[in-house]
Design a protein around this ligand. Structure first.
Ligand code: ZN
Ligand code: ZN
Length: 144
């Protein structure tokens, strides 16, 4: 899943206009996200950014900050933990996730409007939804 051309530029624009101080660690984490070009765990991201193990908390905090300004989408895993995907600001989509190797594919199906309608019928407001589909990818089927 390669990023469309120009995504980095748009992400940098978001960062520039956000009330956000880009520290060297944040810059390294952003560069690692771009280089990896796929959803990754916080630990894998820390490895790629070549930060010490003690910086894992910083990694989580940075990811949270990036999520707050809309350039990271968090993909919850089935058991525990999450993957983090660099995303176009305001892009909304779902994923297929391999539960073994955490390979992800974009899922171009969203029932958001339908869900919101139903939620409103039930009196819910400020509705949000998550939908991730878990399974075994082809490579992991062969391995097991
Ligand atoms: Zn797999
Ligand atoms: Zn959706």
């Amino acid at each position: 899943m390669k990023h469309a051309k120009g995504i980095l530029q748009r992400i940098l624009q978001v960062i520039e206009s956000a009330p956000l101080r880009m520290t060297r660690k944040r810059e390294r984490l952003l560069a690692a996200l771009v280089a990896l070009d796929r959803p990754v765990s916080a630990a894998a991201l820390r490895d790629k950014a070549d930060l010490p193990a003690s910086d894992l908390v910083t990694v989580y905090r940075t990811l949270e900050t990036f999520e707050g300004i809309g350039i990271i989408q968090r993909i919850p895993l089935e058991d525990s933990g999450s993957l983090y995907e660099l995303t176009e600001p305001n892009d909304h989509h779902h994923h297929f996730v391999c539960r073994e190797c955490h390979r992800t594919e974009r899922l171009d199906l969203c029932l958001g409007q339908e869900l919101e309608k139903q939620a409103h019928t039930l009196g819910f407001t400020q509705v949000a939804h998550l939908m991730e589909v878990y399974g075994l990818c082809e490579d992991c089927q062969v391995a097991s």
